[in-house]
Design a protein around this ligand. Structure first.
Ligand SMILES: NC(=O)c1ccc[n+]([C@@H]2O[C@H](COP(=O)([O-])OP(=O)(O)OC[C@H]3O[C@@H](n4cnc5c(N)ncnc54)[C@H](OP(=O)(O)O)[C@@H]3O)[C@@H](O)[C@H]2O)c1
Length: 275
């Protein structure tokens, strides 16, 4: 028992609401970082082909002694592999690199709307799903217009949409669309890579509830119902980011943090990224 709630995706598969992200962890450090996270109790790891560190994730999971079914593993299709056959080959490569028989969740990493046809890519994702070696498929960085196109032209509704969300970018339009259409929301860069931790509203709440700014921010995400996977290579922070289930924020605190939104991205704009 880890105390982490599960979220049920639209195909019945369950995903731990709190996981561990490995973006920007160098490949040679990823096995150790992931092993620490598993030791602390994380049972959901978020990697991507683009991060170059899938091998370390697979090694850590196999070395952990945990049953494969106890760890939820996500990876993401690289931006250069959107063509149908390239996507199928890239998925095979991900399984080979992770050295696993199946993946829990595979996402289109970015829609790349100006340079590729993401609806055709989604049809390749549907073929992977039908093949039975991935338990759920989803998208990342999809805006409502991209999701509408998938709904019109494709068969499977994405199980998740992984998008940038933190107190300075609450991304309500895409979140509401996903809620209406049964698509679970995953919040990437949940603490804006540290950029929200000095915010006076957040530090004041943290001081009052006796927690850190990172814990308050992550708790805000969880209470809004989103899935998060903060990244850290610092042991104390890996533990701190997991200690979120013995306190609660009041509705007024959740609302005050949501009101910090200024539509400020730390990452690229999905409508133009790739141009
Ligand atoms: N789909 C996408 O396009 C996309 C884009 C970006 C990220 N992601 C996913 O989302 C995950 C999380 O996002 P992210 O890695 O960009 O950013 P993040 O989790 O918001 O922040 C990570 C940064 O904050 C620091 N940090 C972590 N915990 C802290 C704490 N308790 N106190 C103070 N500082 C802390 C880390 O430093 P140290 O490591 O030095 O401790 C690191 O510099 C990624 O790892 C990846 O899995 C997806």
């Amino acid at each position: 028992m880890t105390g982490v709630p599960d979220i049920t995706l639209n195909n019945g598969v369950t995903i731990p609401q709190l996981g561990f992200g490995v973006f920007q962890i160098p490949p040679e450090d990823t096995k150790e970082a992931t092993a620490l996270a598993l030791d602390v109790g994380y049972r959901h790891i978020d990697t991507a082909q683009m991060y170059g560190n899938e091998a370390g994730v697979g090694e850590a999971v196999r070395a952990s002694g945990l049953d494969r079914s106890e760890v939820f593993i996500t990876s993401k299709l690289d931006n250069g592999a959107h063509a149908h056959d390239d996507a199928l080959a890239a998925f095979d490569k991900t399984l080979a690199t992770l050295d696993l028989d199946y993946l829990d969740l595979f996402l289109i990493h970015w829609p790349m709307p100006t340079v590729s046809d993401y609806a055709e890519t989604w049809k390749a994702m549907e073929a992977m799903y039908a093949g039975g070696r991935v338990r759920a498929i989803g998208v990342s960085n999809f805006q409502t217009n991209h999701l509408n196109r998938l709904a019109a032209e494709c068969t499977v509704i994405p199980a998740v949409n992984q998008i940038e969300i933190h107190p300075y970018l609450t991304n309500e339009t895409v979140r509401s669309f996903c809620a209406e259409h049964g698509i679970a929301v995953e919040a990437w860069s949940p603490i804006a890579q540290g950029g929200v931790l000095e915010d006076p509203t957040i530090t004041a709440i943290a001081e009052r509830v006796g927690r850190t700014s990172a814990q308050v921010t992550l708790r805000w995400h969880l209470q809004r119902g989103d899935i998060v996977f903060p990244k850290s290579v610092t042991e104390s922070r890996v533990r701190e980011n997991f200690a979120l289930f013995d306190f609660e924020l009041g509705d007024d605190d959740v609302a005050a943090i949501s009101a910090l939104n200024k539509d400020e991205r730390t990452g690229p704009d999905p409508d133009v990224f790739g141009s």
